[in-house]
Design a protein around this ligand. Sequence first.
Ligand SMILES: N[C@@H](CCC(=O)N[C@@H](CS)C(=O)NCC(=O)O)C(=O)O
Length: 221
Amino acid sequence: MFPVLYSFRRCPYAIRARYALSLLGVNVYLREVDLKRKPQALLSLGGRSSVPQLVDTEGNRYPESLDIIFWALSRVEHGLDIERIWPNESTKKNNMMAWVRYNDHIFKIWLDRYKYADRHPEYSQNYYYEKGEVFLKRLNQRLANKTYLFGENVSVADIAVFPFVRQFAGVDQKRFDESPYHHLKLWLARFLDSSLFKDIVMKKYSTWEIGQEEVVFPPSQ
Ligand SMILES: N[C@@H](CCC(=O)N[C@@H](CS)C(=O)NCC(=O)O)C(=O)O
């Protein structure tokens, strides 16, 4: 028996949760959700029905992507590798969370407006691009002398942020590719070109139906 993860393949929050689970090798039963036809099993949890959500084997619920990442970290024996992803030192943790908070509470707002500019006609799409670009610039500067945001190893900050930069880039791929943010582009490509991302995190599953055989995630390679 594994915990159940309600997920949606393209959702950046779900991507970061699946990335953490895959990187750490923590197994769950993945239930792919159709957001327009959410399964009763998810709705009957009560309250919010956003994805990703995880319900562990004792029935404890983790309704936010970050909760799921920290839950996954707690499932792994604490060793050197975990320390790299999520350090013990509280100053470093706070610094990482500052990047994540900016991503979730500020960048995400501009990303949505940039992506759905037609729904926000108060300003032009370019205006929204430029608002989001502030974060691209900061990330790019940060990555000028390191491989990942906190050094040579991937950390919670990278895992939490990259799916949103991917989505921003995808709105106008040409514009992103032609932008001067070379360190950022390399950093993003390191995630997107990896087999972990392509073959595991983004593996396609059909929509979960009640009664079907559970799908173990990450899949054994
Ligand atoms: N803060 C949440 C946000 C999750 C979220 O907004 N997910 C979107 C899909 S990308 C969703 O489920 N939307 C449908 C809904 O909210 O009912 C998290 O970190 O998990």
